[in-house]
Ligand binder design. Structure first.
Ligand code: SF4
Ligand code: SF4
Length: 336
């Protein structure tokens, strides 16, 4: 088979940490099998391809693009739109592309507050001139430009249409291998599907038999604050575990490793808002009935947004925090 008759595949990253790229490398020798079957046309983390080469390709000539990372900057939005146009299938790869991920937690703060802290106020910073990155700079008749940061962090499907989702922070090699196999064999579920089992994580958790039918929370503890019993359901030990509100497919590797699930596979198809699902369960099962005692119990969850919406704030019903204007009303709508 000549190189040109193979399916063309692209990998690209936007606002992410690089972990998703590591998973592709973690496929180890399997990646060689994939590489034999496809023609890689873009993978900036590993291979030197140029923007102009992608732009010159006919529309829809890339069989599949796996894009990881959220959309925070003008450059990322431009690349998402370009790759959408050039690809038959666009896959949101990993939590950040699927639902905003950890970068989406920045939607708790206005962009100006983030820039002020990072370039002027951070205690570890030395920046007396208070310089900030500029979007354009001219010197000796030459102009250099940098991407503009958007006000909001968005998931990929809040910018362009997405065909499939591969969850995880990062996705495991197993589900990545299965997704690539399904793509190459044309064995795909309905468009819009998440390529992972549609059952809750508790169903594949080795501790599931000890999960109480009725929970009753008197205190919440973080993993470093107790000696976790390795066989008992974490919720039964007062450790917040997102398992009941999270999609399976990772092999429950965090509870199996004595750590709570933090929800990186996102919700099942029956759950609209992952954070609300576990929040309502927690609140309904706090044993205390008096306001002060309830507050004492919930003090064990010091960062509720980070706990309940660690990977999904940008796609949640909340989506972002809005500061009230001077008269108590909402600020004017902020453009992305
Ligand atoms: S430890 Fe977590 S994932 Fe496992 S059964 Fe309990 S709540 Fe579910
Ligand atoms: S157990 Fe939860 S946080 Fe850990 S990998 Fe699986 S889905 Fe992600």
């Amino acid at each position: 088979m000549s190189a040109t008759s193979k399916p063309k595949v692209a990998f690209y990253w936007c606002a992410s940490c690089g972990g998703c790229e590591e998973t592709v490398v973690d496929l180890a020798e399997d990646i060689l099998g994939v590489v034999e079957k496809v023609e890689l046309v873009l993978w900036p983390v590993a291979l030197d391809f140029k923007y102009d080469a992608i732009e010159a390709m006919p529309d829809q000539s890339i069989t599949a693009t796996l894009l990881n990372g959220a959309i925070r900057s003008s450059e990322q939005e431009e690349m998402a739109r370009l790759l959408r146009r050039k690809s038959q299938f666009l896959l949101a790869y990993g939590s950040c592309a699927m639902s905003g991920g950890i970068p989406g937690l920045a939607n708790q703060f206005p962009l100006e507050q983030i820039l002020t802290f990072n370039y002027e106020a951070a205690p570890t910073l030395v920046n007396e001139a208070r310089t900030r990155p500029q979007t354009s700079f001219s010197e000796a008749g030459r102009e250099t430009t940098l991407p503009r940061l958007h006000n909001l962090v968005r998931a990929l499907d809040q910018v362009v249409e997405v065909d499939y989702y591969i969850p995880g922070c990062p996705p495991t090699p197993n589900i990545t291998r299965a997704a690539l196999g399904a793509l190459l064999e044309g064995n795909l579920p309905p468009k819009g599907s998440v390529l992972a089992p549609d059952i809750a994580l508790c169903d594949e958790c080795p501790r599931k038999r000890s999960k109480p039918a009725a929970l009753s929370f008197t205190a919440f503890k973080r993993p470093h604050q107790l000696l976790i019993d390795p066989s008992l359901c974490l919720l039964a030990q007062g450790v917040l575990c997102m398992g009941p509100a999270t999609r399976s497919g990772c092999g429950a590797q965090c509870p199996a490793g004595n750590m709570p699930c933090t929800g990186c596979f996102g919700p099942t198809s029956r759950v609209r808002d992952q954070g609300l699902k576990i929040l309502s369960s927690v609140c309904a099962n706090v044993e205390a009935k008096e306001e002060k005692a309830i507050a004492n119990t919930l003090d064990g969850i010091p960062d509720p947004v980070g706990a309940f919406y660690r990977y999904g704030l940008a796609k949640s019903l909340l989506r972002r925090k809005v500061n009230l204007g001077a008269n108590g009303g909402p600020q004017p709508r902020i453009q992305p």
